[in-house]
Design a protein around this ligand. Structure first.
Ligand code: FES
Ligand SMILES: [Fe+2]
Length: 443
């Protein structure tokens, strides 16, 4: 019996996942299902609200929007960020919008009520015209939102009873700490408006099964040494370099071309990986970058190519650098996806904060080639899900299991399970999603 079945207080969940490798299509467009996510999922989860380099100086603020909620993220000092519900306590006007600096505090644009950086109300114009009960001092401060810092980002949770951030994002946090995620900075940032449900958008990045068909340029002959037959180390090195070149512009493979590889294919891969790790580690360290020893990460099994943090954040480490994704629903069939390219800089040499991106449509010619290929399937998939005869997705239980695993965690939230019941489920999905089997998340 599952927790949901055992738990009498559990709320009914429509279109719940009953057979783990089948996901009903209504979860991706049914307005009622979407409403349940709005009510019971998003208000209870930790969300990556901004990168810290967006608000480098005291008084810098940025607005984070999730569904119909606007939250102001304000840099208080070097080590802390505060978050407030963005609504004046007079008549509800959003106190600030977008981003900027409010070192002197905030002034509401409607009637000029003022708030300090800590949210305290500091001024009410014509205060004597209000009755006393409407100006109780503890009722006219901006409402605070829980905020914690981790991994170079500020995170918020609208649920006052949720466990602390770290507990909810393990083991993702431990893995990313080993990568020193907090010392990475964004070198570019772009956003895309995708005409699909937020889960469908995320799921395009949760398995590698699609790579062969969707990204033919990553199907590079010789990339993996053959199980039998002739192994040519030079062909192997060239195909590895071609792969790296395709994945990341302009990686210079000149030095690595001279590498001597043993004739045994498995040994050759080990030597290749180690040589590449050493080259990347020593180059970055010579530049003064804070980079972990990539061989040590590999030895600890922490060199995963992707890490997922429920419900909307991904990091894809690649040697010294990483991509990072964030997804937000804009409606049952519309999603905002952002991509940051993160890399390392010497202390004091960090770049200026990036301007927030204007979202591009998913078929915009400026979208880089690999995401273009991923995005090309999405509108067709959202459309296909509506087909009368299509009932559910049939997942490979061995390599598409993460799609089921994290969706069953969503069911746990929709059923109103307690944090104690949800924490083990979160731990089961805050991992590398690629090629994961269906696992028991305890729900
Ligand atoms: S609504 Fe803000 S001062 Fe009136
Ligand atoms: Fe892809």
């Amino acid at each position: 019996m599952t927790i949901v079945e055992r738990n009498r207080a559990a709320l009914p969940v429509p279109y719940a996942i009953e057979i783990p490798d089948r996901v009903r299509k209504e979860r991706y467009f049914d307005p009622g299902f979407y409403e349940l996510e709005v009510e019971r999922l998003w208000p209870r989860v930790w969300q990556m609200a901004c990168r810290l380099e967006e608000i480098p100086h005291a008084g810098d603020f940025v607005e984070y929007e999730i569904l119909d909620q606007s939250i102001v993220m304000v840099r208080a000092d070097d080590t802390s960020v505060r978050a407030f519900q963005n609504a004046c306590r007079h008549r509800g006007v959003k106190v600030v919008g977008g981003r900027g600096n409010c070192d002197g505090g905030f002034t509401c644009p409607f009637h000029g009520w003022c708030y300090a950086l800590d949210g305290t109300n500091t001024f009410v114009s014509k205060a004597r015209t209000f009755s006393e009960h409407n100006l109780q001092p503890d009722e006219i401060n901006l409402r605070t939102v829980r905020c914690e810092l981790w991994g170079g980002c500020a995170w918020i949770n609208l649920d006052g009873d949720a466990p602390p951030l770290r507990q909810c994002i393990e083991p993702f946090a431990t893995i990313m700490d080993a990568w020193k995620l907090e010392s990475m900075r964004a070198e570019w940032w772009c956003a895309f408006r995708l005409p699909v449900n937020w889960k469908l958008a995320e799921e395009a990045f949760m398995e590698q099964y699609h790579v062969i068909e969707t990204h033919p340029q990553l199907r590079i002959p010789g990339r993996y040494p053959p199980r039998d037959g002739a192994f040519d180390p030079r062909v192997f090195v060239e195909s590895e370099l071609q792969y790296l070149h395709t994945m990341s512009d302009g990686m210079d493979g000149m030095v690595l071309r001279d590498i001597e590889l043993p004739d045994d294919p498995a040994l050759a891969r080990t030597v290749w990986d180690r040589t590449l790790n050493d080259a990347v580690t020593s180059w970055h360290r010579a530049e003064g970058h804070d980079l972990p020893d990539l061989d040590e990460l590999a030895a600890q099994g922490l060199n995963e190519p992707m890490a997922y943090c429920f419900p909307h954040f991904f990091v894809l480490p690649m040697y010294s650098s990483a991509s990072s994704y964030r997804f937000r629903p804009l409606g049952p069939e519309e999603t905002l996806m952002e991509i940051w390219s993160l890399t390392r800089f010497p202390e004091g040499g960090e770049p200026q904060p990036l301007a927030p991106p204007e979202p591009w449509e998913c078929d915009d010619p400026r979208v880089p080639p690999i995401p273009t290929q991923d995005f090309s399937n999405l509108p067709r998939q959202q459309k296909g899900l509506h087909a009368k005869g299509f009932e559910y997705m049939r997942l490979s239980e061995q390599i598409e299991g993460h799609i089921s695993n994290y969706q069953r965690v969503i069911d746990g939230f929709l059923a109103g399970l307690s944090s104690d019941e949800l924490l083990p489920a979160l731990r089961a999905v805050n991992v590398n999603p690629l090629d994961r089997p269906v696992v028991d998340v305890g729900i």
